[in-house]
Ligand binder design. Structure first.
Ligand code: NAD
Length: 375
């Protein structure tokens, strides 16, 4: 059985499997690991490192023609989709809840495809959880980016040239990315406040040394599997007012609030941005799903009335070495469910396999995606 690793497009520096995972794949009984030439180069993982680990460097054509399993991060281009073979297995992080239309071409190609962003948030799935790994990278990098753009220090300083007050950071959404952003901002010496709609987030925020800003009346649902749900108009209004008050004193806002499969909640309104001090920075990690901030432009850094607004939702690409290493570990742990003694075994009774499968014999297996597609 052969596994192939494809190179990502020009805007992505990561690679789906790093060289140090190759020996473990071979041990799993996979006979050959094929790597598209230059796949890991931008992540600091050269072809020679893959060869030393026991993989073969080949062309993209060979990856498509010879692999039983193809691994990737982002969705395939139209040209790549056309090169898939019937019965091939494709694994990546394709974000189908946000873009369900990507499923149809996979059905047409006759492939069995798994999207790792659909993993259930269970203890057993934790080792494969690419969303958590990449959110960790994004939360960390968001704070570094903000610190870089801010015309102020993060820590407090007492110097002969005067006392410098610590920066104030407001984190919106205290999930995996938000908690990592809190920890990173605290390490840099900032004073941190955070909001979330899930009550469970409060304790985690406090344990990281940040203040939790309470807004009463948030809706929670046990059926949402630990995720947030859409809020009432009344709550949104109250939350916007609270965010407005706290933003006036914040030097940095890091937005991470998301609702799976929906537009990100709009939390920082234009008048709130305009009430911030000139030189303040907003990093909006929800930019690709519409943004938490009204003036965010996806994929761009803009200055709105003196406030820098960074709309980069693919920060893991800016820390490609470790982001690839983490993605690779997650991918390997997922592959262990599919490969037994070198043979592919698809057990759709397994909740993780069923939850992540977006294409098999022309059908969507994932219940969660089926519900979203049914509207
Ligand atoms: P996410 O990326 O979907 O959202 C980020 C955060 O934004 C969440 O904390 C969410 O509550 C918050 N949010 C959404 N709407 C909001 C609003 N209007 N105002 C303020 N905040 C809002 O979330 P995530 O980081 O992927 O984590 C989702 C859940 O999964 C969390 O409960 C997390 O602890 C849990 N989790 C479990 C596991 C596991 O057990 N395997 C792994 C990772 C995460």
């Amino acid at each position: 059985m052969t596994l192939g690793i494809l190179k990502e497009g020009p805007s992505e520096n990561r690679v789906a499997i790093s060289p140090d995972t190759v020996p473990a794949l071979l041990k799993l009984g996979i006979e050959k690991v094929l790597v598209e030439k230059g796949a890991g180069e931008r992540a600091g993982m050269p072809d020679a490192a893959y060869q030393e680990a026991g993989a073969e460097i080949v062309s993209a054509d060979d990856v498509f023609a010879k692999s039983d399993i193809v691994v990737k991060i982002h969705r395939l281009s139209e040209d790549q989709l056309g090169r898939l073979r019937k019965g091939q297995i494709l694994i990546g992080q394709f974000n189908p809840l946000w873009e369900p239309s990507l499923v149809e071409p996979l059905h047409k190609a006759g492939v069995t495809a798994f999207s790792l962003d659909l993993l259930p948030r269970t203890t057993r799935a934790q080792a494969m959880d690419v969303l958590s790994s990449m959110a960790t990278v994004a939360g960390y990098k968001a704070v570094l980016l903000a610190a870089n753009h801010l015309p102020r220090f993060f820590p407090m300083f007492m110097t002969a040239a005067g006392t410098i007050k610590p920066a104030k950071v407001l984190i919106i959404g205290a999930g995996v990315a938000g908690l990592q952003a809190i920890a990173t901002a605290r390490r840099l010496g900032a004073v941190v406040e955070a909001f979330d709609v899930r009550t469970a987030a409060k304790e985690e925020v406090l344990s990281l040394g940040a203040k939790f800003v309470e807004v009463e009346g948030a809706v929670e649902s046990a059926a949402a599997g630990g995720y947030a749900v859409e809020q009432t108009e009344e709550f949104k209004k109250r939350q916007a007012e609270a965010v407005h008050e706290h933003s006036k004193n914040a030097d940095v806002i890091i937005c991470t609030a998301q609702i799976p499969g929906r537009r990100a909640p709009l939390i920082v309104h234009q008048h709130t941005v305009e009430a911030m001090q000139p030189g303040s920075v907003i990093v909006d990690l929800a930019a690709s799903t519409g943004g938490n901030c009204a003036v965010t432009k996806d994929g761009q850094t803009i200055v709105h009335k003196g406030v820098t607004v960074i709309g980069n939702s693919n920060l893991p690409a800016t820390l490609p070495y470790h982001a690839s290493a983490m993605y690779s570990k997650n991918m390997f742990n997922f592959l262990k469910l599919l490969v037994d003694k070198g043979e592919i075994k698809l057990n759709f009774e397994d909740d993780i396999i069923a939850a992540t499968c977006i294409s098999h014999e022309g059908q969507v297996v994932s219940e969660r995606l089926r519900q979203v597609m049914a509207g």
